[in-house]
Ligand binder design. Sequence first.
Ligand code: ADP
Length: 528
Amino acid sequence: MDHRYGLMSSEELLEIYSLTKTATSVHRGEDAVIESANQAMLKIWGKDSNVIGKSLLDALPELGGQPYPDMFRKAWLDGKTCSGQGSPAELKVDGKISTYYFDFEYLPIKNSEGKVIAVLNSAIDVTERVLKEQAIEKAEQILTSLQGYKDIISVLEETRKELHELNSELEERVERRVIELAESEERFQIMAEGTELLISVGDEDNNRIYFNKRWENVTGRKIEELLRNGWVDLIHPEEKQQFINAYMESFKKREVFNMEFRMPDSKGEYRWYLCQCPPRFRSDGSFAGYIASCLDITMRKNEEIRKNEFIGMISHELRTPLTSLNGFIQIMKTRLDAMNRDNFERALNKSQIQINKMSKMIAGFLDISKLESGSLELQQEPFQLSELLKEVVEELSFMHSTHKITFQSTCSLRVFADRNKISAVIYNLVGNAIKYAPPGSNIKIQCSKDKAGLMVRVKDQGPGIEKSEMEKIFGRYYRSKGSPTVSGFGIGLFLCREILIKHEGNIWVESEEGNGAQFYFTLPEHAV
Ligand code: ADP
């Protein structure tokens, strides 16, 4: 077939193109029928010369769906050159479809009238270059993303460092806290073990978790036993149930619990305790249980009991002389006319004795309260002690004919003292001798010189005083076991001792039980 392209036939053109290394083919018509193709083009297509004369899609069906057949059509119909740089094409070479890249041009060849008579396809396989470029681009992308990773890595490294620092700071803090806790635990142990208080700790579920050693000493129970079985069973039956109920109530409300109760010591003797349980709360506000401390308040409690008994006794003792006084006054009023002078005088004397008794009692109470408030003051003056002793003995002998009271003085020394208070001391000692020694017995009072000054002795033939009580009887409100049958308050000897101490004197007792008592007191001599 001889198609003419201007001056040259298509064969001539093909020959020229086949000389070039550029892959070339000539096409005609809308379907781009292959008119000719050089070896280089056939190689690109992966086909042989059988494709000559076939439409582009018949020869290379894999191009279906790719833009090239349309581009040929455009060049053929519109006479416009279509070209591309590094354009991809899927071609079936050696039975395998692969992507190749081409710089190509579809050049419409026109005749002298300007009509398109053929389309010249020239292509250069740039697959290698494009793949290199793509690889470079990818590598760059990877590098860029690696840079991103590098940034992330440095951020991570920073974070890791910060975390490390934070961690060591936290570790330090935890360590410090552990040390602090250990120290506070140690402080608590030292405090709890070094106190006279009974200390115990319970947790939020009311489990016993700690008892100090004092609990073991007081109850005689081992700490393991206390932890296992507790101690509530030891409480005196009169307080036990009330204690349990009140404790459970406070535990439910997480409130402070305070209560007094009795519990036996290791010898089985009941002692009074004040139990104080403040609730414990953690730093987050949750309830952690109780710390209980029990204080031995036996002394205070006994004092309270003695005080109450004392008030009861005072009322009773004051009522007795008042009742007698009232009786005498009634008699005197109703029998005023019928009474002779002697009877009248006797009644008046008896009234006076009761009044003196009450005055002395009240003076004693006043002295006690002054002593307690620290306001007991002495009105000191020089006087002859033996004279005072004589006066008191005469008065008491006159009032109490039941006993034979004698006074003997071997010296006449002066003292510098509060006459009324020393008189109260003598009244007390002789009054006790009258009170405790049997009627008809002798009471001897002696005054002698002593190296410390003057010494007075009051000796009776009464029941005497047990050795174990010889010191106790000078205590406040103390009355010996046998005394309650005889009226009294247990303040007389206490006051005597306090008064004599204030005078820089002394008082003591010597006695053999059942063989009478000898009370002694001394006063410093007054240097004139
Ligand atoms: P009161 O006589 O009011 O009980 P006191 O303080 O004078 O108080 O005496 C304390 C205790 O000492 C008495 O309860 C009594 O037991 C004992 N006592 C004091 N004087 C004698 C005495 N002469 N003989 C025996 N016991 C005495």
